[in-house]
Design a protein around this ligand. Structure first.
Ligand SMILES: Cc1cc2nc3c(=O)[nH]c(=O)nc-3n(C[C@H](O)[C@H](O)[C@H](O)COP(=O)(O)OP(=O)(O)OC[C@H]3O[C@@H](n4cnc5c(N)ncnc54)[C@H](O)[C@@H]3O)c2cc1C
Length: 460
């Protein structure tokens, strides 16, 4: 675990029963933000760049605000304490005053016509600008719904609950879903001495991040550390309230806990009846405006324009939450900012093996990543293992126009930032395509001073 994270300590910003709002009834605010995750934080920071005084109120369904979801697996593993999870503290609140936090008080409905929000405890807030940054909710497959030992893994409360399970004797877990949440949960459970079976519906783990080669390496590493992986598999039936599971292949597994980790969907049920245009999430343009006047959305709750196609869909990753939150905040405060399309990118390290991927990594129509006409794939050959024995793999995907459209880097992820920038810039990489695939691509191949000149943006 990173030293910086271990040294980061903020007091838990925890407000219960409606936090700081005080009196019941109706109150009025210039900016209302629903949610207290990275999209909300980026929105606050952007508002304050343009408007130093406008009153901002945050409502959050959780009692704790401004904590890092990606770190909850380190909490469950006992690698860090709760104090390391909070990445904004009281100083952030005073630096952005007037900023009021109402935590533990979910918004229950929104009325864009009279610009009001109903929140818990019968309170109604009037707003001028509303930013919906309510994140995602975990999806639970119907076959495991109703299991008494069913858990999810997206909040600090989820981590505490699993910790309590372990402390009360849970020794076996089935993690349903082999995406990054499932894998990080499995790693933490193994570190706590729990025996884990991971069930994944697709051909391989991390299906939208990896190809079959890199996933094979990743999976071997999981198994080496004791995780039993079942791919092309799903839970068909539960018995004994969830103590026994029957998988699609007929295998029956006994377990103490089941963790549903098959992904998240936008957390927007409180918008039902609001007449705001919805897909799976709130549909927004590249300015993060929704169909309703004065209403913006950002982060996991929004269907944002995707990088390659411009099609609206949720891209539920941290960098997109930050990027779209900043645009929503700036525009709510009177700006005219526009976001570049949201690029899928992910980095994950499990049992010491790191992988980073971005863009289109499996360029076929049914792969779940962006499909590109005329795409060509180049895989770096013969990359030696790192001196400590860590395997390496690199795959690059180019579009029909000679631009980098996606990559996977496993083992050695050092220069992934350069590759991501090349994709984002829609840069012509024809002049150094071979270098890119090589072992030691870096600024040196393009000339650090010069690299912006050689990387010619094709679209402005
Ligand atoms: C275990 C885990 C690991 C992850 N690892 C990575 C990673 O390595 N890299 C990466 O890019 N992404 C990762 N993610 C995803 C990333 O955390 C999310 O994309 C990001 O947090 C989304 O930010 P957000 O602000 O849109 O929503 P969230 O962070 O989900 O915040 C939503 C906020 O809205 C509040 N809320 C919800 N409903 C209501 C309501 N009705 N009224 C009021 N408040 C409400 C919640 O309490 C919360 O404060 C991970 C997620 C998890 C769960």
């Amino acid at each position: 675990m990173n030293k910086k994270i271990k040294n980061r300590r903020h007091k838990s910003l925890k407000h219960s029963g409606g936090g700081r709002i005080g009196k019941p009834g109706e109150s009025s605010v210039k900016y209302l933000i629903v949610g207290a995750g990275p999209a909300a934080i980026a929105a606050i920071e952007a508002i304050r760049k343009r408007d130093k005084r406008g009153a901002i109120t945050i409502v959050s369904s959780e009692k704790e605000v401004f904590y890092s979801r990606p770190l909850i697996s380190y909490l469950l593993a006992d690698d860090i304490g709760e104090e390391n999870l909070f990445y904004r503290g009281e100083d952030f609140i005073s630096a952005n005053a007037p900023l009021r936090i109402i935590a533990g008080a979910p918004a229950s409905s929104i009325n864009p016509r009279d610009k009001t929000a109903a929140i818990a405890y019968g309170r109604v807030l009037k707003w001028e600008k509303l930013i919906i940054a309510s994140g995602g909710v975990p999806i639970v497959p119907p076959a495991i719904l109703g299991a008494k030992n069913l858990r999810t893994f997206t909040t600090i409360e989820d981590a505490r609950r699993l910790d309590a399970d372990i402390k009360s004797g849970a020794k076996r877990a089935v993690v349903v879903g082999g995406g990054f949440i499932g894998l990080k949960c499995a790693e933490a459970l193994v570190k706590r001495g729990v025996s884990v079976t991971l069930v994944e519906l697709a051909m391989h783990v991390l299906p939208s991040l990896l190809d079959d080669v890199s996933a094979g390496i990743f999976q071997k590493n999981l198994e080496r550390h004791g995780v039993s992986v079942r791919t092309l598999s799903s839970v068909e039936k539960i018995y004994d309230g969830g103590k026994k599971l029957k998988l699609s292949g007929g295998e029956v597994i006994e377990t103490d806990i089941i963790i549903s980790a098959v992904g998240v969907r936008p957390n927007v049920s409180f918008l039902e009846g609001s007449l705001i245009r919805m897909g799976k999430g709130v549909i927004v343009g590249d300015d993060m405006r929704s169909s309703a006047d004065g209403v913006f959305a950002a982060g996991d709750a929004a269907d944002v324009p995707e990088f390659f196609s411009g099609a609206r869909r949720a891209v539920p990753i941290w960098p997109v939450a930050r990027q779209t939150g900043a645009i929503a905040g700036e525009n709510a405060a009177g700006g005219a900012a526009r976001a570049a399309g949201a690029l899928t990118m992910n980095s994950i390290e499990v049992f010491g093996l790191a992988v980073i991927s971005a863009g289109s990594v499996n360029p076929s129509p049914d792969s779940g990543t962006a499909f590109l006409d005329g795409a060509a794939v180049e895989t770096a050959d013969g990359l030696a293992d790192l001196p400590d024995g860590t395997p390496r793999y690199k795959k690059l995907v180019f579009d029909g126009g000679g631009r980098l459209a996606g990559f996977i880097m496993l083992g050695d992820v050092e220069r992934a930032g350069i590759y991501t920038e090349l994709i984002k810039n829609r840069a012509s990489v024809a002049a150094f395509k071979r270098d890119l695939a090589g072992d030691s691509f870096g600024f040196i191949c393009v000339g650090e001073e010069n690299w912006k000149k050689r990387i010619m943006p094709l679209e402005v």
